[in-house]
Design a protein around this ligand. Structure first.
Ligand code: ZN
Ligand code: ZN
Length: 124
């Protein structure tokens, strides 16, 4: 199973950021949305997802997260034609949204611009 994603030509691990969708650039917003579908597909195909549960994905929250991302995508005028498949919601993972927001701020100039504008980063 290939669970890598490519952003700016750089290999990154698949993860759900779980940060405020309004503070994510187009690429990260659409990337995380795609990963919701990919991850559910992996669960439903019986793949071992245990490597993602400590810090990268909390499967209990994927459906709720998918809907949040779609709401923001539609607000920005992007299309969405892909209902999320049903899956096992009982798999427990852990994600730290605040750490992830800091990481996006470090990593991505486009996200950084949105975060700085929102003054979220002023509390750091
Ligand atoms: Zn979708
Ligand atoms: Zn970004």
């Amino acid at each position: 199973m290939v669970m890598t994603d490519y952003i700016n030509g750089k290999e990154t691990e698949m993860r759900l950021w779980m940060t405020d969708p309004k503070l994510m650039c187009r690429q990260h917003l659409l990337g995380e949305h795609r990963e919701c579908h990919t991850f559910v597909g992996s669960i439903n195909n019986g793949h071992n997802v245990s490597g993602y549960l400590n810090g990268l994905v909390d499967p209990r929250l994927i459906e709720q997260r998918h809907d949040e991302l779609v709401k923001e995508m539609i607000r920005r005028g992007y299309n969405h034609h892909s209902p999320l498949a049903d899956y096992d919601h009982t798999i427990v993972g852990h994600v730290d949204p605040e750490e992830n927001l800091k990481e996006l701020h470090r990593r991505c100039p486009a996200c950084r611009a949105l975060i700085d504008k929102s003054e979220c980063s002023s509390v750091w």
